[in-house]
Design a protein around this ligand. Structure first.
Ligand SMILES: Cc1cc2nc3c(=O)[nH]c(=O)nc-3n(C[C@H](O)[C@H](O)[C@H](O)COP(=O)(O)O)c2cc1C
Length: 277
């Protein structure tokens, strides 16, 4: 099953040390059409068993597995070992992470310049659904040169998730909602990401021809944000938090993941996003 975009779709964002299966199941229960694993490095997947923990899908929650990597033989080696489980809804290539520990090896947003390599990964995954997550460029200059538009035009992924910041911007710098009309005009399936939490933003995206919204931090504060943006009623946050706690115990959520999510869940969404938290 891969996202078909017959209607505007909602995605839970990949969140390292947060988006394990308990968090994903709760987001899906409260309106996320598709969920994402945290990023897994294909080099790690090929060389160590531990990294496979991140890819576990224990129920039918529609789950997209996010991969980051550089070497052709790592992507190929991973794919040879991979067996899809119910709920698996495709792969996503991370070409957006700005972490210097990864960009210095040509991964994450450093890959945006390397269209040839990105197309090579697309080719390796030709028998699977695969999307691309990108930023507006690694820095302001790349954003001004519209590297993101060139990349979208010169590649052929099932859909594109555009985090509307460049790689040097922090959360206190606002995501740029002005880029969406031009992205909508590409005719490609574009999912918007960055600072999304209210209905007027969704209206702006739909008007611009954007096909979906990906939500990260606001979903940690309130996993029912998806239902609310769809105009549906949601239960009290305390009930959702209890469900998350119970499911985390059952699934054996790692203490760090549990701490990261539970200390934020229930905080005021608008206030936290506007503060850049
Ligand atoms: C704690 C945390 C972990 C993240 N981990 C990932 C990740 O593993 N892969 C990825 O592509 N982006 C990751 N991101 C970026 C988010 O997916 C998303 O692009 C970003 O938070 C903007 O969306 P938001 O404003 O809805 O949070 C992470 C962000 C945060 C705050």
């Amino acid at each position: 099953m891969k996202p078909l975009f017959r209607r505007f779709l909602y995605f839970q964002a990949p969140l390292e040390k947060n988006s394990d299966s308990a968090f994903r199941t709760i987001c899906h229960r409260y309106g996320a059409d598709y969920t994402f694993t945290e990023m897994a490095n294909v080099g790690g997947l090929v060389r160590s068993k531990n990294t496979w923990e991140k890819l576990k899908i224990p129920d039918k929650t529609p789950t997209i597995i996010q991969l980051i990597g550089f070497r052709k033989k790592d992507f190929e080696g991973f794919l040879k070992k991979f067996k899809p489980r119910p709920g698996f809804s495709g792969f996503n290539l991370n070409a957006g992470c700005p972490s210097p520990g990864l960009t210095k090896y040509g991964m994450g947003c450093a890959m945006m310049k390397d269209v040839e390599r990105i197309n090579l990964v697309r080719k390796i995954f030709k028998d699977h659904p695969i999307s691309l997550k990108l930023r507006l460029g690694a820095n302001r200059r790349e954003k001004e040169e519209k590297l993101y538009l060139r990349l979208i035009e010169e590649t052929d992924f099932d859909f594109y998730i555009v985090h509307a910041r460049h790689g040097k911007e922090k959360y206190k710098d606002r995501a740029d909602f002005d880029i969406y009309p031009e992205l909508g005009d590409t005719g490609k399936k574009i999912v918007a990401n960055g600072d999304i939490y209210n209905k007027p933003q969704i209206k702006h995206l739909k008007t611009a021809g954007i096909k979906g919204a990906m939500i990260g931090r606001a979903a940690v504060h309130d996993p029912s944000i998806f239902l609310k943006l769809k105009g549906k009623k949601a239960p009290d946050i305390e009930k959702i938090k209890k469900e998350y706690e119970t499911l985390s115990k059952k699934r054996g959520t790692k203490p760090l993941h549990y701490r990261n999510v539970s200390r934020r869940m229930g905080q005021d969404v608008k206030c936290q996003i506007e503060k850049g938290k």
